[in-house]
Design a binder for this molecule. Structure first.
Ligand code: FES
Ligand SMILES: [Fe+2]
Length: 443
């Protein structure tokens, strides 16, 4: 549990809040490149509680700026995207992607002050299908070195969705390993999942012959370990699979809102997720990964159905299954082959995290050993926000953005007597060796 004061501190991200300021010192995935057409319509963009617009000018450059025109605050969302700039429809002032005022057509020449007025515009970098923005003060750090940022653009997949709750409770689902066998029970075949009367199966129980990912969805971990690092936090959960071997799942939280989940072999990790707060009660998830050729989508992904986009602040990337339709829960299937009765892994996560309310009341929780990673992450986030507020101290993710390509999570088998630190060291070394070529190609 958290005190009400700590819950407020960790959840609120508007301007001037400690957590909001910590996020503003990092580059933020803001919008998918595909959502912005050259000389096309501006889109409304909420980020960290700020109402912005994102647009692409006639030369293909992207601008992210305050949606209110600096003249008399009409929304630039309605603006005319003209040659090299966006023109406010109220009195015709025109701004470029950097916020510079290019034209003031309603002002006589002797009263012009174009050079003195600017729209509030944030720094923007576009890379592999994602428009990133830096909303903080001073010099921006280098862009986070996600492994996928080193690949050709056509090899990168950008997914994600909107979720109607605070960013942290949504993110916490990714670092809560013990829910997988319950909430997602049934997603890997009807016989899998706690409480679903799974029978032993010789072929499936052999980790060499069967995808070990399924352990994550079938059996409860035996033990959990979690620790804070200078870039975030890491947990390992393991269960013995025979006398000599442990099956491990390793996952990470990386400042300020990134997660790596153990859904692939640890040495193959190329994906991350960013839980980007639109405001205090809505989060847009960016799932950034390398396309896996020939691999069918994970079961459940096929049901990731979206509503048509609208121009509303919350109008993009909305799943059809929502609180309004109880996520289309099927009580019949809940009794037979699906632990939740809700179709789709993402939608299952959606249902439980949104059901906590817009901002979960963490003063009412009763955490246990399986929530260790959540406790470690929260404490570390609160400490980092306070260190920035009180001492101007930054986490390592600001000074060493290369970290994002060096951390890896996933599953693996290890000898029984090996502890987390040594197992991770070995696996990470193998991962760094395997991915060295990608890093070098990028330099
Ligand atoms: S309010 Fe935008 S030009 Fe007047
Ligand atoms: Fe989940």
């Amino acid at each position: 549990m958290l005190s009400q004061a700590d819950n407020e501190l960790i959840c609120r991200v508007g301007p001037g809040t400690p957590m909001g300021e910590l996020m503003r010192r990092h580059w933020i995935p803001a919008v998918a490149s595909r959502d912005l057409k050259a000389a096309g319509e501006p889109v409304r963009l909420l980020l960290l509680g700020e109402k912005l617009i994102a647009w692409r000018d006639s030369q293909g450059r992207v601008g992210i700026m305050d949606h209110e025109c600096p003249h008399r605050c009409a929304s630039l969302f309605y603006g005319r995207n003209e040659q090299g700039g966006l023109r406010c429809i109220y009195h015709g002032w025109k701004f470029d992607v950097n916020g510079e005022c290019l034209d003031m057509p309603n002002v006589p020449p002797q009263y012009q002050f174009k050079d003195k007025v600017r729209a509030t515009a944030y720094k923007v970098v576009e890379r592999n299908g994602v428009v990133w923005t830096y909303m903080g003060p001073g010099q921006a750090p280098a862009l986070p070195a996600l492994l996928v940022n080193f690949f050709p653009e056509d090899e990168v997949d950008i997914g994600g969705f909107l979720r109607n709750c605070n960013w942290l409770q949504a993110l916490e689902g990714d670092i809560d390993t013990s829910h997988a066998g319950f909430l997602h029970g049934g997603m890997f075949g009807p016989a899998h999942g706690n409480g679903l009367n799974r029978q032993p199966n010789e072929a499936e129980d052999d980790p060499v012959r069967y995808d070990p990912l399924r352990y994550g969805y079938t059996d409860q971990p035996y033990m959990f370990e979690g620790s804070a690092t200078d870039w975030g936090a890491m947990y390992g959960a393991y269960r013995p699979i025979d006398d000599r071997t442990n099956y491990w799942r390793l996952a990470q939280f990386i400042f300020p809102f990134w997660t790596i989940t153990p859904t692939s072999p640890i040495e193959d990790r190329t994906s991350l997720r960013a839980w980007v707060p639109l405001d205090d009660t809505h989060v847009r998830v960016f799932a950034i990964s390398r396309k896996r050729a020939g691999r069918p989508p994970a079961r459940g992904a096929a049901s990731d159905k979206f509503l048509p986009n609208t121009t509303d602040w919350y109008g993009r990337d909305r799943l059809i299954q929502s609180a309004e339709n109880d996520y289309l829960i099927d009580r019949g299937r809940q009794r037979i082959d699906s632990y939740s009765g809700i179709d789709g892994i993402t939608q299952q996560d959606h249902a439980v995290t949104e059901s906590m309310g817009a901002i979960a009341n963490r003063t009412k929780e009763h955490l246990t050993i399986s929530d260790r990673m959540i406790m470690v992450t929260r404490r570390h986030l609160i400490d980092a926000a306070i260190k920035l507020r009180d001492a101007g101290e930054m986490p390592a993710t600001v000074s060493r953005p290369g970290i994002y390509s060096e951390v890896t999570g996933g599953y693996f088998l290890a000898p029984k007597d090996q502890d987390l630190a040594s197992a991770y060291g070995e696996q990470q070394a193998r991962f760094l060796e395997k991915t060295k070529g990608w890093r070098m190609a990028a330099e």
